[in-house]
Design a protein around this ligand. Structure first.
Ligand code: C2G
Length: 448
């Protein structure tokens, strides 16, 4: 008797799930399927689960492959279950390759090839289409996003685009993506939505062509580098009833939203100063993207994060804006600061790719201040501090994985629910950021 065990959320039950259960069952005589509870999914950072646990259990039962169904409700349960049920083989899809090798001490571990390009056709139980996502770009951020995507229910990467066919092919193989393309129009025909993680200077063109082809767009920061381009893209999207969002992962993270609520609640009194820094030393090599184009440099690379608390808490009506920056021999800034003056407050942005500083966020008010320690943008927690340090309060907040899952969860909800209010990073926020980028690049070229 060979017992096989596998686990999953099995949300929006689709052919990928069916194939996995079918192949798992074929590896033994008895298949046990663990279905995750809502709470466990929240805890492990699985976003956007639509179906209730009951519906997901029914869908697994209706598949006919499970001999026994259990629920998975906590970290570490897999190991207990393998021993409790005397399982011989643990099975999971290849998107988890390596993540469960620790179980090899207790049973065989098999990673089965993930089903490519799942669609809802043929699965009558499906309540919602699985969004087919096209990934534009195959660099570090795109790779990290692929790790994050299977934590977001309702969307799956079915195509990857890179002008260099070899890069597209390599990425598709690594992440079991069905379609690789170096022809953008053909790529767009294969997907419902695109995630643009290509070099800054390509964002406007790729976003525009995607919108015109009727595809939703999630574009990495900096979205675009001209105010007029940002306005135009949002205009096209609203005319064609499409979603367009800028991907600044911090904006969608639970911790940042928690901080905004507390800062706005008056807890630290009236806010008079916001200082946000983000530096990341990048060696100046011929391949380094950060130095290598007219859009490169510290400010375009990193200021989007630091502009976030400023635009969210102080708004877009600054009265003065000035910059300081240090440039390398090619005129690319290695260290830049922006100074904002508002009616009742000031704000500073500090960015560096050739200079290192403390990457913290400090919001100063008449009653106290909020300090988010470095790396503040990965929002794992923050402290509200007062005159009497005994009154200080620390808030720890979840920030799972690389953090892209939060923006993708909002992207999926925006696409599926027209009524969904995207308040976390709005059209005016992104247009403001594009405007500041444009101001900076003008100043950097002229005199800075
Ligand atoms: N799967 C697949 N092909 C797809 C989608 C999913 O083979 N296109 C597999 C997954 O690899 C997993 C199973 O189907 O083995 C269930 O997928 P999910 O419901 O997304 O579950 P997941 O979040 O991957 O959780 O503790 C839970 C497990 O770690 C798996």
């Amino acid at each position: 008797m060979k017992t096989v065990i596998t686990y999953g959320t099995f949300d929006l039950f689709h052919e990928g799930h069916l194939n996995l259960l079918k192949r798992a069952k074929a590896l033994g005589n008895r298949l046990i399927v663990g279905v995750t509870t809502e709470q466990f999914d929240v805890q492990r950072g699985k976003m956007n689960v639509v179906d209730s646990l009951m519906r997901r259990l029914d869908n697994v039962r209706n598949s006919g492959f499970a001999d026994e169904i259990i629920i998975e409700e906590r970290e570490g349960q897999k190991l207990e279950d393998i021993q409790k049920y005397n399982a011989d083989i643990f099975v999971v899809g290849s998107d988890w390759t390596g993540k469960f090798d620790y179980l090899k001490e207790f049973c065989e571990v098999t990673y089965l090839p993930r089903t490519k390009n799942v669609s809802s056709s043929g699965i009558r139980t499906l309540r919602r289409e699985i969004i087919k996502l096209g990934v534009v770009g195959t660099g570090r951020i795109a790779k990290r996003t692929m790790e994050e995507l299977h934590f977001v229910s309702g969307i799956t990467a079915t195509a990857v685009f890179n002008p260099n066919p070899k890069s597209a092919k390599k990425f598709a193989e690594k992440f079991s993506i069905g379609i690789e393309s170096s022809n953008y129009e053909q790529f767009l025909n294969e997907v419902d939505a695109v995630y643009i993680a290509s070099p800054h200077e390509t964002h406007y063109d790729y976003s525009r062509r995607a919108l015109i082809a009727g595809k939703h767009v999630l574009c990495e920061k900096p979205f675009v580098l001209k105010e007029t381009e940002a306005k135009e893209l949002f205009e096209i999207a609203s005319e064609t009833n499409l979603v367009i969002m800028e991907a600044i992962k911090t904006a969608y993270s639970p911790g940042f939203l928690n901080l905004l609520a507390i800062a706005r609640s008056g807890r630290i009194g009236k806010i008079h100063d916001i200082e946000a820094a983000f530096t990341k030393l990048v060696p100046e090599t011929p391949k380094a993207r950060e130095y290598n184009s007219i859009c490169g440099g510290a400010f375009t690379e990193l200021a989007s994060y630091s502009l976030l608390p400023i635009v969210k808490l102080l708004g877009t009506n600054y009265s003065e804006l000035s910059f300081d920056c240090f440039k390398n021999k090619n005129g690319i800034d290695i260290y830049s600061k922006a100074y904002f003056k508002y009616e009742n407050s000031v704000a500073t942005v500090k960015t560096g790719i050739g200079v290192k500083s403390e990457g913290q966020l400090l919001i100063s008010g008449t009653n106290g201040y909020i300090l988010v320690k470095s790396p503040w943008w990965l929002f794992k927690g923050f402290e509200v501090c007062y005159e009497d340090p005994n009154d200080n309060e620390f808030f720890s907040t979840p920030f799972h994985g690389f953090g892209m899952r939060y923006e993708f969860a909002d992207f999926v909800q925006n696409i599926n629910e027209a009524s969904f209010k995207n308040f976390k990073l709005t059209k005016s926020d992104s247009i403001f950021m594009a405007k500041i980028m444009e101001e900076f690049l003008k100043k950097r070229t002229n005199s800075l």
